[in-house]
Design a protein around this ligand. Structure first.
Ligand SMILES: C[S@@+](CC[C@H](N)C(=O)[O-])C[C@H]1O[C@@H](n2cnc3c(N)ncnc32)[C@H](O)[C@@H]1O
Ligand code: SF4
Ligand code: SF4
Ligand code: SF4
Length: 306
């Protein structure tokens, strides 16, 4: 394996330890910032922009004005600190550093591969004992290809199991560098229909579908994941179309149906944004069972949930 670039830098917004999801055993999930899509239901809205962003927790705010004084460009409203001119904001982080109350909190920080590895190594015994490892998530880890490649190489050099949650959006060159470093790829296919994809995620899906076929030649083990989102793809035709597409892919061990949840909804207001799917309820269990039967009828193992 080529030399590992431990000084490669990426923007990370969370390192979540002791996860029992997103791969086998006990895992650490490394969440990277930046995404090509903006799915209306996304539970990690803070992942979508590449740069660090500010969460404003109104209930913690003591209205001391320190963030306003610290901001070098006057982007924070003196009367309502939650009103940040997010277009003008340069992501310098001075407001969060000045806040004494944990009301202004920065999401996203630059880290080197060496710094992330220092964190991951603390749980190495758990990975070894449980057959676990690390999972890259986001955002889209492929949007930071050099960092992702260097981090995966560092993990493989220690013999850890590696996984990545992804939409597979990247150039073929990037895919060829990154995908072979994974023991498991959790690959989202959100819908087969491009116009519907564009309406709900901001982008069409031709590249995603084309890449999925290319990836399936490169990957050791793919678990396809379909977030089942009412008003978007929560119908038999949509699920059958995805599953039929998956029959043309190689190295797929199973397809997961992920029921919609609204766990990330409150984060939208903390970021000064509108949630795109207000009032939508998770799909009913009976419908999910029906979709599972459809997927299995095409010869694909199917699991409801992560
Ligand atoms: C946050 S995404 C990050 C990885 C990558 N961007 C993707 O979409 O595959 C991780 C997983 O969460 C799922 N997800 C995001 N928001 C969800 C929601 N509101 N309900 C159910 N699943 C959701 C995605 O479909 C994906 O499988
Ligand atoms: S991150 Fe910097 S530029 Fe943006 S609001 Fe805070 S202090 Fe102002
Ligand atoms: S520094 Fe923190 S507590 Fe003070 S006004 Fe700003 S957000 Fe509120
Ligand atoms: S692709 Fe993933 S991270 Fe990006 S917006 Fe959609 S669910 Fe969120």
């Amino acid at each position: 394996m080529a030399a590992i670039d431990s000084e490669q830098t990426g923007t990370v917004f969370n390192i979540q330890k002791f996860s029992l999801h997103d791969g086998p055993g006990i895992r650490t999930i490394v969440f990277l910032k930046g995404c090509y899509l903006a799915c209306k239901w996304c539970s990690n809205p803070e992942s979508q922009k590449t740069e660090p962003e500010m969460f404003y927790h109104e209930r913690n705010c003591i209205h001391c004005g320190r963030c306003v004084a610290a901001c070098p460009i006057g982007a924070i409203d003196p009367k309502r600190p939650g009103l940040i001119d997010r277009e003008a904001c340069t992501h310098c982080g001075a407001c969060a550093q000045a806040c004494p109350a944990g009301a202004m909190v920065q999401s996203g920080t630059k880290m080197t591969v060496a710094q992330v590895m220092d964190e991951l190594r603390k749980d190495e015994t758990h990975y070894r004992r449980s057959g676990g490892g690390i999972t890259l998530s986001g955002g889209e880890a492929l949007a930071q290809p050099d960092f992702t490649e260097a981090l995966l190489k560092a993990c493989k050099a220690r013999g850890w199991h590696t996984a990545m949650e992804s939409t597979g959006i990247a150039s073929l060159k990037v895919l060829e560098r990154v995908i072979p470093l994974l023991d498991l790829l959790l690959l989202d296919i959100k819908t087969f229909y491009s116009a519907r994809h564009e309406e709900f995620t901001g982008h069409p899906n031709e590249v995603i579908l084309r890449n999925a076929l290319a990836i399936s030649e490169l990957a050791k083990n793919i678990a396809v994941r379909v977030p089942v989102i009412p008003t978007f793809n929560d119908d038999e035709q949509s699920i059958r179309a995805i599953a039929t597409f998956v029959t043309h892919m190689k190295n797929v061990s199973r397809l997961h149906l992920l029921p919609y949840h609204n766990y990330g909804q409150n984060k939208y207001s903390l970021l000064g944004r509108q949630y795109g799917l207000i009032g939508i309820k998770p799909p009913e269990d009976g419908r999910l069972q029906k979709y599972k039967t459809i997927v299995e009828s095409l010869g694909i193992a199917c699991v409801i949930g992560g």
